[in-house]
Design a protein around this ligand. Structure first.
Ligand SMILES: NC(=O)c1ccc[n+]([C@@H]2O[C@H](COP(=O)([O-])OP(=O)(O)OC[C@H]3O[C@@H](n4cnc5c(N)ncnc54)[C@H](OP(=O)(O)O)[C@@H]3O)[C@@H](O)[C@H]2O)c1
Length: 326
């Protein structure tokens, strides 16, 4: 596809994150919000009016069948990510699918296989990977500015007195681990790779979904301590610590607007405010990959998503969290 042609986006599942994402989509010059689909036609019409989408549908199938759409953003509950991504790719569409990529590695493998078979671009919407502060921190780690990394500490926790059914029902993959825990796991993985050992424990609601989960990732020469929770807040600052210094990704770290580098008791602050909320960067990455005929991003590849969900599976193995479809 030529770079001078705008990329036509279709959005399915018009809930909380679809609203935030579309506000950012409008900030990206080469993006065109072409169509939106909901299970409710009135909801789709109202959403299309807010964001000036050209087409709207009262079911997802009609959007899949629109031949003009280039890429579909899937913003539905976790348990539908695999089915809907696969359906979209089988219609020849590129796909950006919300995190977590799927309920488990089996589903994620099936999604990647369809991307390869159909030769369409497919990426998990791990927007944090493209956040400017995090990109710069990862670059500094790679350049060994912190020496050898020994410790990563990250959490994602706030008090949710009344989680929605989507957040808590096991059939949807509910609980804090898949909703938020994937972010701390992402940071440890992005810096230290796949761990040698996963240790984890959780506290659970009566229905079996996790209220809070704490994780130790054990590496040959490093450790990560990670936490997610619906029942109490945390500072949401993440620390990457090495033999020569440390980086604090400032709150809220997974959508950081700044970070601090501390070496020899000297602290330097770097402000990197995002364009919009920060979904703009993953959107631009999708465009680049589509223009270059790539089926995956080098920055957040199929393998990266598969590794991450395998670590999530290992955490669940430890805590005993199982979903009904498994
Ligand atoms: N990247 C991020 O920062 C971020 C933040 C929050 C959430 N997320 C991810 O995005 C996904 C959606 O989260 P959300 O907070 O936007 O959820 P939400 O507000 O509940 O919206 C989800 C939408 O999915 C559609 N849907 C389809 N089948 C459904 C079902 N059986 N039950 C409920 N909704 C259904 C609905 O849209 P229609 O009624 O229009 O069909 C609903 O509005 C989740 O996988 C979550 O992990 C990502």
């Amino acid at each position: 596809m030529k770079q001078d042609k705008k990329i036509k986006w279709g959005i399915i599942g018009l809930g909380n994150i679809a609203h935030q994402f579309c506000a950012d989509l409008l900030l990206v010059e080469q993006a065109e919000l072409y169509a939106v689909a909901s299970r409710s036609l009135e909801k789709a019409k109202a959403f299309a009016e807010i964001f000036q989408a050209q087409n709207y549908y009262g079911n997802y199938e009609d959007l899949f069948n629109n031949d003009d759409i280039d890429i579909i953003y899937i913003a539905t509950p976790h348990d539908s990510h695999a089915v809907l991504s696969i359906q979209a790719m089988q219609h020849g569409k590129h796909v950006l699918c919300e995190k977590p990529i799927a309920l488990n590695a089996n589903e994620a493998n099936a999604m990647v296989a369809v991307s390869k078979a159909q030769k369409v671009f497919f990426m998990e919407a791990f927007w944090t990977r493209f956040n400017p502060s995090i990109s710069e921190a990862l670059f500094k780690v790679k350049q060994q500015e912190l020496g050898e990394i020994k410790y990563v500490n990250a959490d994602f926790a706030f008090h949710v007195p009344m989680p929605t059914p989507r957040m808590i029902e096991l059939k949807h993959g509910g609980g804090s681990l898949l909703e938020m825990g994937v972010y701390p796991l992402f940071l440890a993985y992005a810096i230290l790779g796949k761990p040698k050992q996963v240790l984890a424990a959780g506290n659970f609601y009566e229905n079996g979904a996790d209220k809070q989960t704490s994780i130790v990732l054990q590496y040959n020469n490093a450790q990560a301590i990670l936490h997610s929770s619906f029942v109490s807040p945390s500072n949401m600052v993440a620390t990457i610590s090495g033999t020569e210094g440390r980086i604090n990704l400032n709150a809220i770290w997974h959508e950081a607007q700044s970070y601090s580098l501390i070496k020899n008791n000297h602290k330097v602050d770097y402000a990197l405010p995002t364009l919009g909320k920060g979904f703009t960067y993953e959107i631009e990455e999708c465009h680049k990959c589509i223009w270059n005929n790539q089926i995956e991003s080098a920055l957040w590849s199929h393998q990266n998503s598969l590794d991450l969900i395998e670590i999530v599976d290992a955490v669940r193995e430890q805590t005993g969290l199982k979903f009904p479809s498994e």
